[in-house]
Design a protein around this ligand. Structure first.
Ligand SMILES: Cc1cc2nc3c(=O)[nH]c(=O)nc-3n(C[C@H](O)[C@H](O)[C@H](O)COP(=O)(O)OP(=O)(O)OC[C@H]3O[C@@H](n4cnc5c(N)ncnc54)[C@H](O)[C@@H]3O)c2cc1C
Length: 645
């Protein structure tokens, strides 16, 4: 029995599937699939790293049961037998480490008909904030014949999953896809046997469970994932409805229930992408009271919270998602009590939101090796070098860590009294506190790797020459841009960086010039301190550089606290007690202010690298000092630089 987590590391079962512990990696889209929906080596490496890290059960990302309902060509599918070998390789890789693999089958609600994509659903409705209707047209109402054909797709794909050696199948009945849209009265307005009461809306899922069970035999583990509740959706699923249908699903052959949730509008930040640990646990607890089969709880859980959920009997398995992206070794480290070595997930949502907007595979801000497990393997350097890293922000810390782990002798200079760089202030606004854990984690890793960290030490060309390095990594970050506005030199003006770091004090009535991420978050920070805050922005949209869910959370916070927001206005002049602005209509306005905070962006801090040119054998400029970007780019630059030395 594990003394740290007796519940979490106790063996468990789903049907006949024996699991070494209670930690489940839930389905998370990665975009690592190969063209045609095949399993790629990249996907295998990603999953194998998590299996090696000690997770009990891995559930793959959404997998289309038919080529016809594959939402895009790189999304996984088990739509025909040619896909079986790839899943077999994936299952073998996971099994090598004693973990089990289940495939999540999902009909996205898109189908290719006559060569073109159309949306299909229970009823011809458009529901904003759900997949139904994003095409701008009502969905095609499925006929009973078409429903029967989809049920058959699920059955065939389950048979293939079993043939590939997978240990189970999860049927995606949650979030906003086809099965969930049958379960929800908000999207299912049918009058036939598939619509009406909660039981009738569940008929489609019941038929899928029966058909998949028949295809795979009585023993094969099959279970659904459900929205325990839909938040912020008119006529959405209630927990009482879920309690009503669970016995029917179990009776049809479900051997577990995975309880997620779904939300629209501001609720979307809580479900399905919970930013509050444990937000969805009460739903799992309610479901558990209705059934004997195991219940899987999810929603930003970690080992500690998971252990208490198990101890209180609220669920039987604990799904840990984003935290396993951040650190595949989380289960092993937790089991061994190495808590401070677990890479913290900072809840930035980059993994979910940025691949969608950037069209690349999923990436983790704090774990550059995610999805690059093979290329980013840390191996000993062929020639040991003396390396100077300038700057103890995320870029510099990561470069120093990786270089030192490869055997290089590394000195890191940081002019501030502590390492962290801009992370120190990035951690201050509401919801950002997990970034402070990252600073501690990265700082500890420097010590562990044997980096000679010299804080409160400015790296001048002379100080660097004294070390006599073979290579210098410049990670000096960015410098705030100071716009050319009359009055900018006034004593009442400070940069966001200075205000957040405490180097400048803001007055009671603050105007922030610049409504991007830094300006809005600084506004959120100041309004929480009881200041009156106005943010002015030249663009049409506030926080336009912030990804959608994080932006929603930020804008909700600003509006809740009555921050005055002005878009499409230009600041013309700063006075002692006000700023003058011009609106999009050309109207001049005066906004009173006893403090003005500048947040209009950053430029690279490249002075030192220019001073060192031709003076050291090799210079590498990384992170914001190369181009002001984000934590993810800083850490990725650092990791790759550490590998390249
Ligand atoms: C308020 C705020 C919120 C943010 N929030 C987010 C967020 O939510 N998500 C996100 O992805 N990004 C966020 N960012 C951006 C992110 O913090 C930066 O992109 C990241 O810190 C850049 O890392 P870096 O290592 O390149 O530089 P920095 O973090 O700027 O570190 C550079 C370091 O170099 C040191 N230095 C400079 N010159 C010298 C010298 N000559 N000698 C010794 N030391 C020197 C500096 O003191 C500093 O510690 C935020 C930034 C701010 C200001």
């Amino acid at each position: 029995m594990n003394s740290n987590f007796p519940g979490l590391f106790a063996p468990g079962r789903i049907g006949r599937m024996e699991l070494k512990n209670r930690i489940v990696m839930p389905p998370m889209g990665t975009g690592y699939g190969a063209e045609g929906g095949y399993v790629s080596q990249r996907l295998i490496d990603y999953h194998e790293a998590r299996a090696r890290g000690g997770v009990g059960l891995i559930i793959t990302e959404v997998t289309a049961p038919s080529l016809q309902c594959q939402a895009s060509s790189y999304l996984l599918t088990l739509g025909d037998d040619s896909h079986i070998p790839g899943f077999r390789d994936l299952a073998d890789a996971v099994h090598r480490h004693g973990a089990k693999l289940a495939v999540q089958l999902q009909h996205s609600s898109w189908e290719i008909r006559d060569g073109s994509p159309i949306q299909v659903g229970p009823s011809p409705v458009m529901v904003p904030a759900r997949v139904m209707g994003i095409s701008g047209k009502p969905t095609h109402e499925l006929t009973t014949g078409e429903i029967a054909r989809i049920v058959e797709w699920f059955a065939s794909a389950t048979r293939r999953a079993k043939e590939a050696g997978c240990d189970g199948v999860e049927l995606h009945g949650a979030h906003q896809y086809l099965v969930a849209s049958f379960l929800s009265a908000s999207t299912n307005q049918r009058q036939d046997e598939y619509g009406g009461t909660a039981e009738k809306r569940a008929r489609f899922l019941v038929e899928i469970i029966r058909a998949t069970r028949e295809a795979a035999g009585p023993e094969f583990p099959i279970w659904p994932r459900l929205n325990g509740q839909e938040f912020g959706i008119e006529n959405g699923v209630t927990i009482e409805e879920t309690e009503q249908i669970v016995p029917m699903l179990v009776e049809a052959g479900a051997q577990a229930i995975h309880v997620s949730g779904y939300g629209a509008g501001s609720s979307a930040i809580r479900a399905p992408i919970s930013d509050r640990p444990g937000f969805l646990v009460p739903l799992a607890e309610r479901v558990k009271k209705t059934t004997q089969v195991p219940v899987i709880a999810v929603g930003r859980l970690d080992a500690e919270l998971g252990e208490s959920v198990l101890a209180e009997g609220k669920a039987d398995f604990i799904a840990i998602g984003r935290r396993l992206m951040a650190d595949p070794e989380l289960p092993n480290k937790a089991a061994e009590g190495r808590f401070s070595e677990i890479t913290p997930c900072i809840n930035c949502m980059d993994c979910i939101e940025r691949p969608v907007s950037e069209g690349r595979g999923c990436a983790c801000a704090v774990n550059a090796a995610m999805g690059h497990e093979r290329e980013y393997e840390i191996t000993p350097a062929s020639q040991v070098k003396k390396v100077v890293v300038v700057g103890g922000g995320p870029a510099g810390m990561e470069a120093a860590r990786v270089a030192a782990r490869r055997g290089h002798r590394v000195v890191l200079f940081e002019e501030d009294p502590t390492v962290g760089g801009q992370l120190t202030i990035a951690a201050l606004p509401p919801y950002k506190e997990d970034i402070a854990l990252l600073i501690k984690y990265m700082s500890d890793r420097l010590a562990e790797a044997g980096v000679d960290v010299r804080v409160s030490t400015e790296a001048t060309p002379e100080a660097i020459a004294e070390v006599g390095p073979d290579a210098v990594v410049i990670a000096t970050g960015g410098l705030p841009i100071v716009p050319d506005i009359p009055g900018i030199e006034g004593a009442n003006v400070a940069t966001a960086q200075d205000v957040l770091s405490g180097r400048a004090t803001a007055g009671q009535n603050v105007v922030i010039i610049g409504g991007g991420m830094v300006g809005c978050e600084t506004g959120h920070f100041l309004v929480e301190q009881g200041k009156t805050v106005t943010i002015i922005e030249m663009l049409k949209r506030m926080a336009a550089d912030v990804s959608p869910m994080v932006r929603r959370r930020l804008m909700d916070g600003l509006r809740e606290k009555s921050v005055s927001l002005h878009t499409q206005v230009t600041c013309e002049e700063i006075h002692d007690d006000a700023v003058t602005v011009t609106t999009a209509e050309g109207e001049k306005q005066t906004i009173s202010a006893d403090s003005v905070v500048i947040a209009v962006g950053y430029r690279p801090n490249d002075e030192l690298s220019r001073a060192l040119e031709d003076k050291v054998p090799e210079i590498l400029r990384i992170g914001d000092s190369a181009e002001p970007r984000r934590i993810r780019e800083a850490i990725d630059d650092g990791y790759r630089t550490g590998l390249s030395l």
